[in-house]
Write a protein that binds this ligand. Structure first.
Ligand SMILES: Cc1cc2nc3c(=O)[nH]c(=O)nc-3n(C[C@H](O)[C@H](O)[C@H](O)COP(=O)(O)O)c2cc1C
Length: 166
C-alpha cells in the first residue's frame, strides 16, 4: 500500500482527537498539524486525509485559513484524498461542516481521486457547503452534540475508505 497521511487543523482539540482516532483505526499513517505542515509534506504521500473544523459561521479553522494557500503549491494529480470535518449541527445548522466544502472547492479540479463521501440520513442540519451530489464530501463528526456516535461513525467510514486507498 502507498503512504498515507492525515493533515488536520484544530482550535480546541476536537479535530486533533479525531485525527488520532483515525490513525489508530487505519494503522500505518502519519499525522500532521497544518499549523506546521508544508507543500513538500503533502507531496510525500499517495493518500491524504484532510481534517478541519468550521468556525465563525461557515469559515475555515484558523490554521487552515493559512494552510489553504499552501495547497496551491502542491500537486494532487493521481493522489487519493478524503475529508473529515468537525462541526456543530445544533448550534450552526446552516453552515454545518462547511470547512470540508471550502477545502474541496480549492482542489476539486486538481486531478485527485476523492473518496469517502457520506450520506446525509444520519445527520440533522439545514444546510452545508460540504454537500456535493446530495452527499457530504467527507465524514462529518459532531463532538458538541453527538460524541457518543463518533467512534461508530469513524469505524464505518474507515471500513468504506480502507479498500479505496492506494
Ligand atoms: C464561535 C464558533 C463558531 C462555530 N461555527 C461553526 C459553523 O459555522 N459550522 C459548524 O459546523 N460548526 C461550527 N462551530 C463548532 C465547531 O466546529 C466544533 O465545536 C468543533 O468540534 C471544533 O473543533 P476543533 O476543536 O478541532 O477546532 C463553531 C464553534 C464556535 C465556538
Amino acid at each position: 500500500m502507498g503512504k498515507t497521511a492525515i493533515f488536520y487543523g484544530s482550535t480546541e482539540g476536537n479535530t486533533e482527537t479525531v485525527a488520532y482516532k483515525l490513525k489508530d483505526l487505519l494503522g500505518d499513517v502519519d499525522v500532521f498539524n497544518v499549523d506546521s505542515a508544508s507543500a513538500d509534506d503533502l507531496g510525500n504521500y499517495d493518500n491524504i486525509i484532510f481534517g478541519a473544523s468550521t468556525w465563525e459561521i461557515g469559515e475555515l479553522q484558523e490554521d487552515w485559513e493559512t494552510f489553504i494557500d499552501v495547497l496551491d503549491d502542491a500537486d494532487f494529480s493521481g493522489k487519493t484524498i478524503a475529508y473529515f470535518g468537525l462541526g456543530d449541527a445544533d448550534g450552526y445548522p446552516d453552515t454545518f461542516v462547511d470547512a470540508m466544502g471550502i477545502i474541496h472547492e480549492k482542489i476539486k479540479d486538481s486531478g485527485a481521486n476523492f473518496i469517502g463521501a457520506v450520506g446525509t440520513d444520519d445527520y440533522t442540519f439545514d444546510d452545508s457547503a460540504a454537500l456535493y451530489d446530495g452527499k457530504f464530501i467527507g465524514l462529518p463528526i459532531d463532538e458538541d452534540n453527538e460524541s457518543d456516535m463518533t467512534d461508530d461513525r469513524l469505524e464505518k467510514w474507515v471500513a468504506d475508505i480502507k479498500g479505496k486507498l492506494q
